[in-house]
Structures are given as C-alpha cells and as structure tokens.
Design a protein around this ligand. Structure first.
Ligand code: 3EB
Length: 297
C-alpha cells in the first residue's frame, strides 16, 4: 500500500506500507495492490518486502547527500544483489523518486547523473528483453531521500515498446552520456495481472513535444498511452481498448500552478470511472510538464 503526500506520512511501520513524499492534488486515495493468496512480509538488508510466492514488492531508501549518481549506483547494486539471491529474480516495474531531478546543467543534470549511476549499479548492459517498466520523478521539495521501489516476479514478463517512441535505451547522446534503461510497459506472465505502464510523457520519437502547452502535452501523452495499450492488446486481446474502471493512473505535474488545469483536462479526456491520483512531481526533462504511469486491465 502506498500513501502520497504529508497526510499519509509514516502512518505505520508495516513493511507493506510505503510513504511517497509527493503531494497530491485533491483526493489522495491509497494505492493498494492485492493478491488472492497469503502475503508474507519483512525487512532484510534495509529492504522492506512483501511477497505471495509469485510476486514480491521491495523498497529501499538512501540518503543521497547531494550525490545522486553514487546514491543510484549504490541502490541499484543492492537491488541487483537482492534480486539475484531471492526467489523473484525478474523486476517487472521499478519506481525512482529523487530530489530536484532536472537541477544542474548539461551532463551534470541530476537525471543524467542518475542514469549513469543506475547503469553502474546494475553493472552490465541489460538485454532489451530484460528491461523493466519504470518511472523516474523528482520531488519538488528537498528531502535528500532517494527512494527506489519495485515489483519483481518469479516469472519473467514481456517488456513492450511503443511504436510512437524511440526505445529509451536508444536515445541519442544529446540526452546524456547514459541512455536510460527501461521498457515502455511490461506485460506480466500471469494473464490475470494488469499491463504495467511506464512513466509516459509527450515524447515522440526521442523529442519532447509542445513545450509551450501542458494541454497539448497531455493529449500527446494520452496518444502515446493509446498506442502502448494497442501494442499490448496485439499480445493480450483481453485488455480493454481504452482506460476504464479497471485502469489505475498516476499523473505527475511539474508546476503546482498547472495542477488544477491538468486535473480539469483529465476530467474532460477520461471517463469519470478511471481512478487516478494527480501528484505534484517533476518530470525528468525540464520542458515536460506532465507524465502518466499506471496499470491497465
Ligand atoms: C521519457 O519518455 C520520460 O529513466 O526510468 C520515463 C520513465 C522517463 C522512466 C527512467 C524516464 C524513466 O523518456 C522519462
């Protein structure tokens, strides 16, 4: 269970609960992931975990002390070691939350340093078929917390790419010295699980679109998500064609001033039945105003 914003801080110390410091706009329901069977949980090696025999959530947090590259390298080295020695070796979905993601110039920008540290911590190049779905978002308020959490599985899933977007691992040099290693979505092996959507923004090919307009960026993002869902449906036709009551969306908005506008646009663009949480969080390129991740069934 995930709780967002100040109101959800430190509600309890159960390892199945994680507080994410991003502030919610409007209602901030808890994000709850359910399985049919019994769930074990605990804390080992600084990792809070919960598992049911097929799936395992894990979370760790590092005080980054101003060096996001080293923090990412250390966190991902711990994650790799954890996955390698446990019963859930396949990361399906990874979330990264860090301070001030677009602070710093050129290749010193914190997101770019994060990508370098992540790759160093993993320690080898992942094949496209091993890439997890992912999100990387900045805290508008400084906390010094680098928070990494993941959903891993006993069985590998199928990573998916989006025909409208360059594979992130093939982004050209202009976006930094280390291309980000993530897939656009993950189709879990278990057909009873939803499609896991990576953080998706108004990136077409590799270029950010509509830098002047959060509204146009939101529409481009939704077009990217439509294309991703269509790609997934080619493999799993039982998935709904459009977002509905069985989807779950998290919407990250860079500027606090744009939160009401984006929330209103979402009401116009999405059926009321689509559960969503709108958060004040920074997307990893300055010109990107909005990003959406979530699940879809
Ligand atoms: C993009 O399309 C937006 O570095 O793990 C989205 C999801 C983004 C995951 C990551 C970055 C990451 O490039 C940014």
């Amino acid at each position: 269970m995930f709780g967002f914003g100040d109101a959800a801080a430190a509600i309890h110390a159960d390892p199945r609960y994680l507080h994410v410091a991003l502030q919610a706009h409007g209602d901030a329901p808890f994000e709850c992931w359910f399985v049919a069977g019994d769930v074990q949980c605990g804390r080992d090696a600084g990792i809070a975990w919960s598992a049911d025999g097929l799936l395992q959530f894990g979370a760790l947090e590092i005080d980054e002390q101003g060096d996001i590259e080293s923090a990412a390298a250390a966190a991902y080295a711990r994650l790799q070691a954890w996955l390698a020695r446990g019963d859930y070796p396949h990361p399906l979905r990874i979330w990264n939350y860090m301070d001030a993601i677009t602070e710093g110039e050129g290749d010193d920008e914190r997101y770019r340093r994060f990508c370098v540290g992540r790759a160093r911590g993993i320690g080898r190049e992942l094949a496209p078929g091993e890439l997890p779905a992912a999100t990387a978002i900045g805290h508008p308020r400084r906390s010094s917390r680098f928070q990494l959490y993941w959903l891993a599985a006993r069985d590998a899933g199928i990573p998916l790419e989006n025909p409208r977007q360059t594979q992130a691992w093939r982004y050209p040099r202009q976006y930094g010295p280390q291309a980000p290693g993530f897939a656009r979505a993950m189709l879990p092996a278990d057909a009873g699980m939803p499609l896991l959507l990576s953080g998706t923004a108004a990136v077409v090919g590799h270029a950010s679109q509509h830098g002047d307009s959060p509204a146009a960026q939101l529409d481009e993002t939704l077009a990217n998500l439509d294309s991703l869902v269509a790609t997934a449906r080619a493999r799993r036709p039982a998935l709904a064609t459009h977002f509905g009551a069985d989807s779950r969306l998290k919407v990250y908005v860079r500027d606090a001033a744009a939160l009401p506008q984006v929330a209103a646009l979402l009401e116009a663009r999405l059926p009321a039945a689509v559960p969503r949480i709108v958060l004040h969080g920074q997307v990893c390129r300055r010109e990107l105003a909005v990003e959406i991740d979530g699940t879809h069934a």
